[in-house]
Structure formats: structure tokens, C-alpha cells
Design a protein around this ligand. Structure first.
Ligand code: CO
Length: 202
């Protein structure tokens, strides 16, 4: 069986299993989605949103890009946030980074990586904002881990500062923004406890 046939085979088995366990699941879900969470994460294949939090289809609205960056002018990400906040009325936006992020690693290297350097520039800016803290960390692995955390914290701030989120808060909409980080080595999530920062104080 070639690799792509395997995917179709897997899909049929997966759909059959769910249909057996929960008759009417797909029919019901096809009528509407009502997720409580917007997940903004890294494109890394090892950090799949639904699997990590063990939630089925329909529960998580997802945006992923390299190094989970929220750029003030990125219409793709902003449109996802708008739909999630204004239409789906999600209650939580989770920015989830991960240790060992290739995008963060590349941003710390002096060499050029082509077009993606323009995207990674946003991470380099974060390094610049926190240069004294980061340069004081002698262990390069620990310095990289800290930049992964600071990247999540900065992206939480960026989410909070979008017009959609600040308007939702002004209107009294129930919405919380969280910063989490995932460790590839043990599959565990950690809350960076920046949720309070997201209460409109930035
Ligand atoms: Co990554």
C-alpha cells in the first residue's frame, strides 16, 4: 500500500470507529460548530492541537503557523481571531508554543534561511526586547527555552491588543487569553500564568 492510500484507509477506519461509538456524530457536527477554544500554535508536526488536549472534531478552532506568531498585520491570523471571537464566541484563546521550536532556533542563528527570515524577524525583535535577560543566560539550551517562553508571552500580548479582543472586552464578552508551552520530550503542557496580563492592562 502506498503512503497516500494508507491515509485514506486510516480515514475510513477512523470515521467508522467514531460512527460506531457515537452514532450520528458526523451528521450532528456537520450542522454547526460550537468550539469554546481558539488554539494558536506552531505548525510543527509534533504539536497537533486536538491530539495534545485529547478533544474530538468540533471542539477546537485552530490557527497554526511557524513559531505561533501573531502579527498585527497578518490578515490570515487576524481573520481567524475575528471569526472565533465575533461569530463562534469562543471563551478562551490559547497561544501554545513549544520548547525546541525550530522557528525560534532559526531566529537565534546568524545565517540566512531565505524568505522565512522575514517571518522570523518577529522573533528576533522579541530577543531584542529581552536582550539583557536572554544574554545573561549562559546555557544556550536554557536561553532558547526562555526565548520560546517569551515568544508565547509576547504573542499573548499581541492577541490582547487586536481590535477584536479589545472590543470584545469593552463589550463585556467572556473571553480569556492564555499562554501555554508544550514540551516535546514528555508531551506535557504548562501554563505560563500570563492569563492575568491578558485582562486588558496592556
Ligand atoms: Co515550532
Amino acid at each position: 500500500m502506498d503512503a497516500l492510500n494508507l491515509l485514506f484507509e486510516n480515514n475510513r477506519e477512523w470515521a467508522e470507529k467514531i460512527a460506531q461509538e457515537q452514532p450520528g456524530f458526523f451528521e450532528q457536527l456537520s450542522k454547526q460548530q460550537n468550539p469554546e477554544y481558539l488554539w494558536i500554535g506552531c505548525s510543527d508536526s509534533r504539536v497537533p492541537a486536538n491530539e495534545i488536549v485529547n478533544l474530538p472534531p468540533g471542539e477546537v478552532f485552530v490557527h497554526r503557523n511557524i513559531a505561533n506568531v501573531v502579527v498585527h498585520t497578518d490578515l490570515n491570523c487576524l481573520s481567524v481571531i475575528q471569526y472565533a471571537v465575533d461569530v463562534l464566541k469562543v471563551k478562551h484563546i490559547i497561544v501554545c508554543g513549544h520548547y525546541g521550536c525550530g522557528g525560534v532556533t532559526a531566529a537565534m542563528e546568524p545565517d540566512s534561511h531565505g524568505l522565512i527570515d522575514n517571518w522570523l524577524r518577529h522573533i528576533r525583535d522579541i530577543y531584542r526586547f529581552h536582550i539583557s535577560e536572554l544574554d545573561a543566560i549562559e546555557d544556550p539550551a536554557k536561553r532558547k527555552d526562555r526565548l520560546c517562553e517569551l515568544n508565547v508571552i509576547e504573542q499573548v500580548a499581541n492577541v490582547c491588543n487586536t481590535t477584536m479582543v479589545s472590543n470584545a472586552w469593552k463589550a463585556g464578552q467572556e473571553l480569556t487569553v492564555h499562554g501555554w508551552i508544550y514540551r516535546l520530550e514528555d508531551g506535557l503542557l504548562q501554563d505560563l500564568d500570563v492569563t492575568s496580563i491578558a485582562s486588558g492592562k496592556l
